[in-house]
Write a protein that binds this ligand. Sequence first.
Ligand code: G4P
Length: 526
Amino acid sequence: MDKKQLDEEVLKRRTFAIISHPDAGKTTITEQMLLFGGVIRQAGTVKGKKSGNFATSDWMEIEKKRGISVTSSVMQFDFDGKRVNILDTPGHEDFSEDTYRTLMAVDAAVMVIDSAKGIEPQTKKLFKVVKQRGIPIFTFMNKLDRDGREPLDLIAELEELLDIEGVAMNWPMGMGKGLKGLYDIYDHRIELYRPENDDQRFIPLNEKTGEIDGDHPLKEDSIYQQTLDEVELLAEAGNTFNLDKIAAGEQTPIYFGSALTNFGVETFLKSFLSMAPAPASHQLQDGEVLAADESEFSGFVFKIQANMNPAHRDRIAFVRICSGEFEKGMTVTLARTGKDLRLNNATEFMSAQREQVSSAVAGDIVGLYDTGNFQIGDSIYSGKQKVEFEKLPQFTPELFVEVTAKNVMKQKSFHKGMQQLVQEGAVQLYKTYATDDYILGAVGQLQFEVFQYRMMHEYNSEVIMKPIGARTARWIDPEQLDPKMSSSRNLLVKDIQGQPLFLFENRFAENWFKDKYPDVKLKSLL
Ligand code: G4P
């Protein structure tokens, strides 16, 4: 396509991830969005009913059964003049470093919160990573059809726990069985919950008074007056809507609704797509910034997924396109090695099926079949000018295992597999300070299962993993380190760069350490 077309296409892209704690309703809201996008015709297509009793070691089976891991990793559809890419951030037993890294490939995030539960641990973790990036975050307070917590209380908790300003875009008129509708502050209308006719769904509000002009049965309802009072209070005491703050991720617009009953979802989608940014520029390692409207192709690998078919050793490398247009069969340079690669075999992502990619532009994701060329964080580019994106951050692992080869005669394949999988970013590797024993670290249990599976199937190396459990990893300045600081409550190890860190048994052990050595600085990764 010519430059003008390319620019237009890029400007239409909206690429985001949905973050939430398991069960808040991420799948349900995703499905509603896919319905609006015309990708699926019926809810319940993305994931079957959860049976919830998978053992994590059934990982490959889960992949096969659900058939979702790759196909629903990225979902693309057109809505309201935009080309939308939703990147999945798996929770439950799929939670891994890939989940965090996916957040490096989006331009905005949607945070779904269960309005009966408020901010839950996984939301908090994911939010921290998004906040660090300074990208816009849009909040959907879900399950309004059930009795939940008071809206003001939810916003106060969000602001306090996440350290971000909240600004209500609409306000619930009742909840649970008493749910009447949403008072839409920004569209100046009331959206009725389950109106008798769809053409009665919206009641316009007078922009000056904020009230319904003329007669309407709703005006007789006490919830109407109560909502007007609450909205007035919000206008006086709440935060002022500020697009610049939203763009910088310092303020989050908050929408209420119910994904299950498809209430408020379309309004939310339209509103947030109108505010969410088109593909952003990216920071390069040489200090330059690469704009999304550069015409040469460039992108980076943010996730590598082992193939589901054990007969093939290939994997799929997920590439976020940062500039230009991807064309099947194009030749690109891999920045890390300087080697040229022809990209013949690529896939684009639709919800229900995988299709051969035709063309994709900045903001889109392509999946490249990989036989071992790529590592997580790799940059590829088509122009003459070298493009190398900033390194992806490493995330503080929370789970640890001791790992050894089952068969001592097979040390060579053990070491080779270990080295390659660690380099690829599948798990993090540490060695005990004193004895050089191998310790693996991960943010989710699944990473260990995948590691073990791939060691067996790709490197023919059976590994034994002895769980150490959850630990708090804290790096220490080598200058300040005294091996005597190591005790039974903390394990002293070093990372692959040789940097020392303590794996504390828990927060108490960490605090005890801090009390004992007040001058020692402890650091975590992201
Ligand atoms: P997740 O992807 O964030 O883990 O959540 P998911 O959408 O699977 O939703 C978790 C549960 O919450 C599901 O019920 C779902 O039907 C329900 N849910 C989602 N949105 C709403 C909502 O707006 N209102 C109400 N009342 N419930 C909602 P489940 O019974 O646990 O799962 P399933 O057996 O129906 O799949």
